[in-house]
Design a protein around this ligand. Structure first.
Ligand code: PLP
Ligand code: COI
Length: 369
């Protein structure tokens, strides 16, 4: 393969196959019908690093398929990770990113664990902003969804023996999306008691591509049984890990309990929700390993009964209230099974900050002009 850095061309531009994807014009999108699925948008931004780990300046190209070898480390050995962010069009028409440097930092932590070249925070942000600006008309109108941003870091260089790729791709593509679950309406979740998502000292905390495929089967089974998703437990089978692709919290007697574990993703939404709860709502927040029994009101917590409210949270999931949870011991309803008042207030504050509907006392949003 040629090395574009020697020829002065963009290596990233070289691997995107021209004319291989057709974008759906933004004008043809029906914002009300957006779900969480693929739309080919106009352009993507990207850059490639060689064995020296130095990325080229990111460039924007028309969306296209990538020409990568079958021997790519990412395809064979899973040296790949991603981030998830959103751009929201505000009540004032302004487009805002939410805490973008936190995503850059998390990707850097994961890349260090996977021995991957990683873009600097500056380069990460530059590519994200470039991708959003190039697709600005795909940002849904206020109240009708978000532009989901997917920064992807993949070892695309060839390796036969399992070892880090000599070439790394950083690409940012964007997708107009609606709700991941049901918005601010309750979902029912199944407790997954057979399969665990992450090993105790493994890499569940990395947003690694390989962490997601193992959840497909339990999630499919849960959905076939009428549930929105699965709740994973830790290796002991007693502590909460995560709901599919979102962190978990519950409310009991006015206290917010947020599940922590060394093997789950350190959610940016989770961190934001905890700060809003403490500093805006004046709630007591317990951020610690969370017992399944405490959530369901079983065992040592039987006298207290199930949580008053439960929800999961993430960039895609936002704050999704959980009305009930089903384990092998039975079904448990939280409160009345409807959206709880603390959940609704947290949602309102988070959404308000992200859209400029409320002040941003934490300085979390970044306007795109
Ligand atoms: N847990 C998992 C496994 C996820 O994929 C996500 C989504 O990014 C989260 C938690 C929530 O993280 P964040 O709030 O940073 O989006
Ligand atoms: C996100 O919330 O950004 C995620 O990455 C979840 C996802 C796997 C859809």
């Amino acid at each position: 393969m040629n090395d574009a850095r020697n020829t002065g061309k963009s290596r990233f531009a070289d691997i995107v196959i021209p004319g291989s994807l057709t974008a759906t014009p933004a004008a043809e999108l029906e914002w009300e019908k957006l779900g969480f699925s693929v739309t080919i948008t106009r352009s993507m931004a990207g850059t490639v690093a060689g064995a020296d780990g130095v990325f080229e300046d990111p460039v924007v190209v028309p969306s296209g398929l990538l020409a990568i070898p079958a021997h790519a480390c990412a395809l064979n050995y899973g040296q790949s990770m991603f981030e998830g962010m959103k751009a929201r069009r505000g009540v004032d028409g302004t487009i805002r990113l939410f805490r973008p440097l936190e995503n850059a930092k998390r990707m850097a932590n994961g890349a260090a664990r996977f021995l991957m070249a990683c873009p600097s925070e500056e380069l990460f942000l530059k590519a994200v902003v470039a991708a959003v600006k190039a697709n600005i008309d795909y940002v849904p109108p206020y109240g009708k969804g978000s532009l989901y941003i997917r920064p992807l870091l993949s070892g695309i260089g060839s390796t036969l023996a399992p070892a880090p790729a000599p070439e790394t791709l950083f690409v940012v593509y964007v997708q107009p999306v609606g709700s991941y679950f049901k918005g601010l309406a309750c979902i029912d979740v199944r407790v997954e008691e057979q399969v665990q998502r992450a090993a105790a000292r493994g890499t569940g905390w990395v947003k690694a591509a390989g962490n997601y495929a193992p959840a497909f089967k339990p999630a499919k089974e849960a959905k076939a049984a009428g549930f929105a998703d699965t709740l994973f437990l830790d290796h002991s089978g007693t502590l909460i890990e995560e709901v599919g692709a979102a962190n978990f919290a519950m409310v009991k007697d006015g206290v917010l309990y947020v599940a922590d574990s060394p093997s789950i993703l350190k959610g940016i939404t989770r961190d934001s929700v905890m700060r809003i709860a403490r500093e805006r709502l004046g709630l007591e927040v317990v951020f610690a390993p969370l017992e399944l029994d405490r959530v369901l009101g079983r065992g040592a917590f039987a006298a207290a009964g199930p949580a008053d409210e439960a929800f999961c949270m993430g960039t895609a999931a936002v704050i999704s209230p959980i009305g009930s949870m089903t384990a092998s011991s039975g079904a448990y309803t939280f409160g009345t099974g409807d959206v709880g008042s603390v959940t609704a207030r947290l949602f309102d504050e988070l959404d308000g900050i992200q859209t400029g509907r409320l002040p941003d006392p934490f300085g979390w949003t970044m306007q795109i002009d």
